[in-house]
Design a protein around this ligand. Structure first.
Ligand code: HEM
Length: 402
């Protein structure tokens, strides 16, 4: 995807100048305010063959929301909502305030890499009389033995993913979309997450999760030959769900980390559980973060370099007949539980052209007991059909709803 703005170093230009202007006193002229630069100026286009927020790097702040259609809201009402939502998302991602927006929440901010992504849950199709056009890929996910799912925080008719490198910009989008849903759809659940902010580290490393691991290394990359085939429904897709051409399927799992037990492990044990070094993400079979993993490598003492139950062995495409997905997650922390443990973990979002060739077979295998599962609880789940992107003047889902 083309970056419309230019992302520079945080702290340069505008931010610094703004701070100095404040220090000089309230009466100082504003001609010392530099043009927007750095994090705020970066913009990702809303329009295009695929929706934004899939192949783009995950932003520092994220919101996941699911809505249920209000009683009586039909296909026409849903179409009008998607039209309103798409128009607003297009304006916000370009850094413009939509007409009539008096909230002021992001008044002086740039687009800050905002993306807004829309999807449909299985139940949407029955409620709108569109059951015949529901994709077969939206069959409910199988039950996994280690699931402890809360139905109130799972599923939903409509799904929205918001990401931005500024927290106010992300909240602004959330607030406007929620207000625009009034009368047509009610919020079912909302989850808020975060990642490292751009510019926070000396080198732009792959991000870390709350277990301290570098997470995302072996994701499919947009430059891979088979990236599109793995992540997106083919553009010439035909049949009753031809409207999904260029789309993708999002599996959403709220995965709590048992951080107290995890932190009690020695670093060596933690590294064996994943199969990679904590410091730099290098595989235990040797090399650097980006060195291909050698699952056959044997240590001098005869043991496997990457343990038999290491997460990267059990989850690897090579162990799952090629099954692969793009993991694009946000960390979350929602305070502490009654037992004092952090209510924290990963808002795991996996993108794939077909969940049966991505998330499902891999999670089936992990569920049978990789080394990491003992430290995780899957607490909520959703599967959403995310249509392809739209062009200017169109709205997301138009091919299904018009
Ligand atoms: C790899 C952590 C859940 C699938 C990794 C890596 C880490 C990690 C640190 C190694 C670096 C990388 O390649 O990204 C976690 C944590 C999880 C979690 C903390 C839960 C909180 C899952 C789930 C799935 C999954 C639920 C899928 C069902 C994968 C895959 C890889 C991977 C496919 C790449 C394996 C490879 O080809 O090398 N994960 N993971 N992970 N994980 Fe997870």
């Amino acid at each position: 995807r083309r970056l419309l703005g230019t992302a520079g170093a945080v702290g340069a230009g505008g931010l610094l100048a703004g701070g100095l202007a404040g220090a000089a006193g309230a009466t100082a002229a504003r001609d010392d305010v530099a043009p927007l630069s750095g994090v705020g100026s970066a913009a990702l286009p809303f329009h295009g063959p695929h929706q934004a927020g899939i192949a783009d790097p995950a932003q520092a702040h994220g919101h996941l929301l699911a809505f249920d259609l209000a009683p009586g809201a039909d296909r026409k009402a849903a179409a009008a909502l998607l039209r309103r939502w798409s128009a607003t998302a297009a304006e916000l991602t370009a850094g413009k305030a939509p007409k009539g927006d008096g909230t002021g929440i992001a008044l002086d901010a740039g687009p800050s890499s905002l993306t807004v992504t829309f999807g449909f849950g299985r139940t949407f199709f029955d409620r709108t009389g569109l059951t015949a056009r529901r994709p077969a890929a939206l069959e409910p996910l199988p039950a996994f033995t280690q699931d402890a799912l809360d139905p109130k925080r799972s599923d939903g008719d409509l799904w929205v993913q918001i990401g931005a490198d500024d927290a106010l910009v992300a909240f602004h989008a959330l607030r406007l979309l929620q207000k625009q849903a009034a009368g047509t759809a009610r919020l079912r659940w909302q989850m808020t997450g975060f990642n490292r902010a751009p510019g926070a580290t000396e080198r732009p490393l792959t991000g870390r999760n709350l277990m301290g691991q570098i997470d995302g290394t072996n994701n499919p990359k947009p430059s891979d030959r088979d990236f599109d085939a793995r992540v997106f429904v083919p553009r010439d897709h035909e049949g009753a769900d031809a409207w999904m051409a260029g789309g993708s399927y999002a599996v959403v799992r709220r995965i709590r980390m048992l951080l107290d037990s995890w932190d009690n492990l020695s670093q060596e044990r933690q590294e064996r559980v994943i199969g990679r070094r904590k410091s730099d993400g290098a595989p235990l079979s040797g090399g650097t973060e980006t060195t291909p993993v050698d699952l056959d490598k044997v240590n001098p003492d005869g043991t496997l370099a990457i343990a038999g139950d290491a997460h990267i062995r059990v989850a690897a495409p090579a162990s799952n007949r090629g099954a692969a997905m793009l993991r694009r997650a946000y960390s979350y922390h929602d305070g502490f539980r009654d037992d004092g443990a952090p209510d924290a973990g990963l808002l795991f979002v996996a993108w794939q052209a077909d969940p049966m060739k991505g998330f499902v077979p891999v999670q089936r295998k992990l569920d049978r007991g990789d080394g990491l599962s003992r430290f995780l609880r899957h607490e909520a789940s959703g599967l959403f059909a995310v249509p392809g992107g739209c062009e200017e003047g169109e709205y997301v889902g138009q091919r299904l709803l018009e």
